[in-house]
Ligand binder design. Structure first.
Ligand code: SF4
Ligand code: SF4
Length: 287
């Protein structure tokens, strides 16, 4: 008798609901919130507002240990047959503590080789971990790039920490940008799908988004997701106004000649699960 488990065919890349708008009606994702810490400080981010009801990146109901994440995933997959991708998107940066993220990804890939695996990162720690991400089954990576000019970047990033040393100002922005370039080029050399998230910050980088698009396109990125700022209390950018829908439409149109744009992003929580938008609350409750 043959006890071997039948090979489960991996979902195709175009079944990732975030990278492919058409796939989002049929396929969902689950975020496993195993990454609480971050190695940079963005002036629009406050992860202390983790809660049940708020829906935006950086919030989660719980932070999971890697072993808990697999239990949560297994339970969720028993209820759903429409999940094509497992992602780690915070609530901090998944590569701030790479061991924690890689342990989770290896366990997920071993148990569910049919699923796509996605990681979102600010890119600071990408260059040293690309081969480990590939070995752990990662197929898609999102890198958030909010500036490709360090003079603009220094207005966006309060600090950047590398090897226990914290940098600020122009130096911090230069370090981050250099790591993002190296990381994105390295991901594409290894055949991964790469999406760029750019947070649109009125008065800071709205006139700079096309420069970002041109640069990351030259680095090989596949898609771009321009995300309107959600002003959050107790951050340096709390007083900025969110860009209007008309401004976002104008920006996306102006940069679409450089890279295909994403129009359906739901700015999800770090513990979102299910179809984009429709099932977020249910996903949070399941944790
Ligand atoms: Fe927040 Fe992400 Fe910026 Fe870290 S990289 S400070 S988690 S927005
Ligand atoms: Fe997908 Fe956007 Fe939600 Fe990330 S925030 S899971 S890219 S829809």
């Amino acid at each position: 008798m043959n006890n071997m488990r039948p090979m489960r065919e991996r979902r195709s890349f175009d079944q990732h609901p975030c990278f492919h708008g058409k796939a989002s009606a049929r396929w969902g994702r689950i975020h496993l919130p195993v990454a609480p810490d971050c190695n940079i400080q963005c002036n629009f981010c406050n992860r202390l507002y983790a809660c049940v009801n708020e829906s935006r990146p950086g919030v989660t109901r719980h932070v999971l240990k890697p072993v808990e994440a697999l239990i949560v995933l297994n339970r969720f997959l028993q209820q759903r047959t429409n999940i094509s991708v497992v992602g780690i998107a915070g609530p901090g940066d998944p590569l701030c503590d790479p061991d924690r993220t890689l342990e989770t990804l290896r366990a997920v890939h071993a148990a569910h080789p049919e699923l796509l695996i996605c990681v979102s990162t600010n890119g600071l720690n990408l260059p040293g971990h690309i081969d480990e991400l590939v070995a752990a089954g990662v197929t898609h990576v999102t890198v958030t790039v909010n500036a490709v000019d360090p003079y603009i970047g220094q207005q966006i990033y309060g600090s950047v920490t590398v090897n226990h040393r914290t940098y600020q100002g122009l130096e911090a922005a230069q370090i981050l940008l250099g790591r993002q370039e190296e990381g994105i080029i390295g991901l594409k050399q290894r055949g991964l799908m790469v999406k760029i998230n750019s947070v649109v910050l009125p008065g800071i980088n709205t006139g700079h988004i096309s420069s970002i698009a041109a640069k990351v396109s030259a680095w090989g990125a596949d898609k771009m997701n321009c995300i309107p700022l959600i002003p959050v209390h107790d951050t340096p950018f709390a007083g900025l106004a969110a860009p209007t829908e008309a401004e976002m439409a104008c920006i996306r149109k102006s940069v679409s000649s450089y890279l295909p744009q994403i129009y359906h992003c739901r700015r999800c929580r770090a513990d979102a699960a299910g179809l984009l938008g429709a099932d977020d609350a249910a996903g949070c409750a399941s944790f």
